[in-house]
Design a protein around this ligand. Structure first.
Ligand SMILES: Cc1cc2nc3c(=O)[nH]c(=O)nc-3n(C[C@H](O)[C@H](O)[C@H](O)COP(=O)(O)OP(=O)(O)OC[C@H]3O[C@@H](n4cnc5c(N)ncnc54)[C@H](O)[C@@H]3O)c2cc1C
Length: 553
């Protein structure tokens, strides 16, 4: 039996195990694809290691639209296989794998024309619902009249929106989900270490037999020996193929997608809204008491680790949303902005990124080495399985089949029952019912570990900020159990303060630093440096938004 806890002691022992043990599989990359592969392999009974050069989910997997969806727009590209597969994954996540994290969300597809458009969109949504077969965790789509729209979404312009169709998809806190998959992999024996970068491959003749890595916290080199290496490096794939001197079967094109975050009061609607744009779609997604609006889709070739929203990106989102909203969204209302890079698998480098397939590709450019890229967040489990299915051939022995379709993530067990006991939990713990609900939706049955921290130190039950739902125990827990190593890890990914709090949560950095410093054994200098690093990151991120506000003033 293994523990799912990712904390400082676990990292220390992971680093020494990486250097001394022989693994069946080493995974490069702790985005959702990498952690999915690690979980798949570990739950087959294989000995697995996973390294990421930054934090779990610090790449694309924390910067998505956070939708677990079939991808309505892929229907227009006749990509029925991808839609069906994604809808199956959506059903699994909502009902079995992680119901505490993945929740249904309703969307309105506004119609501006009375008959033709309703027939076309209605047929598309009927097909979308039909493609999931007999699985029905989410309601069927529904046609709405203009009168109903006025009640549900008063912010939609009555002069141009003549009706709508409501359909359902699901949403997730992507970074939290990726971290939960990583913890589940650890629970099944995977060794996980962040801030460990793959630098080169260990070869015996032509065969790859492991990875030469570096612990970026100490600078120490680590030779990780493994029967097969799986690279899940997303947008870093081309760079690493080159570094590893491999002739890859695919290239990865990057496409930038930006989202803005607005207060709940900016849009009056009881459901999300999807709008067709000239190049893609724009989502207005309810996010707690806020809205996430995006995204853009533009070719990108800048810095992979820190993509920023430009003034044009933000203006584009406002313009597209404002086509149908009254009152219009204003730049001054924006609370947060984030940008992500889509890893699009491409055969022809000059192709325009919007038209490329979102399906994934598995490649085996050298004996003992498998790589995978592309796909969608929603299909991570299938991607992990496909990569491991290919990698186990390299082990040249009989191995077990994937069981992840039946394997709930940590926190999922007993969630539905706990959900019904929240009043009692609130009473016994002294927390407000809404805080218990918030905790259940982030930790599921692992809420007991948070409550234990509070029992030891009651002041951790206090909120970090009166306007936000997070309590102090969650910040400590991020470092003790969820592998957070910096102030940025906590503000940007273990919580989503980076885009939910005013000013990207910079005013909370001091307190976050103070709460995690004892867990991480920081000196006063290390604590200051971690806070300063977050402040500098925000300065760089906010530059474009400031430019836009100045231009509009
Ligand atoms: C704007 C946007 C919106 C999206 N919306 C959705 C959506 O709503 N629904 C959906 O299903 N999909 C969505 N996607 C797609 C989805 O987010 C991605 O397909 C998915 O997150 C990719 O995950 P990944 O693990 O392949 O890559 P990543 O998450 O980028 O992981 C790659 C990892 O490799 C690590 N790495 C790099 N180099 C090294 C090295 N040398 N050593 C060790 N580690 C290394 C990186 O640090 C990184 O953590 C969206 C994408 C974008 C950009």
């Amino acid at each position: 039996m293994f523990l799912s806890q990712l904390g400082p002691d676990q990292r220390d022992s992971a680093i020494s195990q990486l250097a001394t043990e022989n693994f069946d599989i080493v995974v490069i990359g702790g985005g959702v694809t990498g952690v999915g592969a690690a979980l798949d392999a570990a739950s087959r009974g294989l000995k697995v290691a996973l390294i990421d050069s930054q934090d779990i989910a610090s790449g694309t997997s924390s910067r998505s639209s956070k939708l677990i969806h079939g991808g309505l727009r892929y229907l227009e590209q006749y990509d029925f296989k991808l839609v069906r597969e994604a809808l199956h994954e959506r059903e699994l996540m909502v009902s079995t794998l992680c119901p505490h994290l993945v929740k249904p969300v309703g969307f309105l597809f506004p119609l501006t024309e009375k008959f033709k458009e309703r027939t076309y969109v209605g047929a598309g949504l009927a097909l979308y619902d039909a493609l999931r077969g007999f699985q029905r965790a989410l309601p069927w789509h529904k046609h709405l009249s203009q009168k109903q729209i006025n009640e549900i979404a008063p912010s939609l312009r009555h002069d141009i929106v003549t009706g709508a169709i409501k359909y359902f998809d699901a949403q997730v806190d992507d970074a939290r989900h990726t971290m939960s998959v990583a913890r589940t992999a650890a629970r099944h024996g995977a060794i996980i270490a962040t801030r460990v970068a793959a630098e080169s491959l260990i070869r015996e003749g032509k065969r790859v037999v492991g990875v030469n890595a570096r612990d970026l916290e100490t600078g120490k080199k680590i030779a990780i020996k493994a029967g097969a290496t799986i690279m899940c490096a997303g947008i870093w794939s081309d760079e690493l193929h080159e570094k590893f001197e491999l002739k890859a079967g695919y290239g990865v094109t990057m496409s930038k997608g930006v989202h803005i975050v607005l207060p709940g009061s900016a849009i009056k609607s009881d459901a999300g809204i999807i709008l067709k744009t000239a190049v893609s779609v724009l989502f207005l997604i309810p996010w707690g008491d806020k809205w996430i609006v995006g995204t853009t889709d533009t070719p990108y070739d800048g810095d992979r680790a820190e993509p920023y929203a430009s003034r044009e990106d933000v203006q584009y989102i406002l313009d597209q949303a404002n086509r149908v909203l009254e009152p219009k969204l204003m730049a001054e209302e924006i609370i947060g902005v984030y940008a992500g890079l889509r890893p699009l698998v491409a055969n022809i480098k000059s192709a325009t990124t919007t038209k490329l397939s979102r399906e994934h590709t598995v490649d085996r450019p050298a004996p003992g080495f498998v790589s995978i890229a592309g796909g969608k967040y929603t299909t991570y489990r299938v991607m992990g399985k496909d990569a491991v299915d290919r990698a186990v051939i390299e082990l040249r022995r009989i191995t077990q089949d994937s069981v992840t379709e039946k394997l709930p993530l940590v926190g999922a067990d007993g969630y539905f029952a706990l959900e019904q006991q929240k009043e009692r939990i609130a009473q016994e713990s002294g927390l407000a019912v809404e805080t218990v609900t918030h905790l259940l939706n982030r930790y599921g049955s692992l809420i007991s570990e948070i409550l234990e921290l509070i029992a030891q130190e009651p002041k951790l039950a206090k909120k970090l900020d009166a306007d936000l739902p997070y309590i102090k125990a969650e910040i400590v827990y991020a470092a003790t159990h969820e592998g957070a190593r910096t102030v940025d890890d906590v503000i940007s990914r273990r919580t989503r303060l980076a885009f939910e709090a005013e000013g990207h949560g910079v005013h909370l950095a001091d307190e976050v630093g103070a709460l995690i410093a004892p867990v991480l054994g920081w000196s006063a200098k290390e604590r200051k440096e971690s806070i300063a690093a977050y402040e500098e990151l925000v300065d760089r991120e906010l530059a474009a938004l400031d430019e836009l506000l100045e231009a509009n003033s």
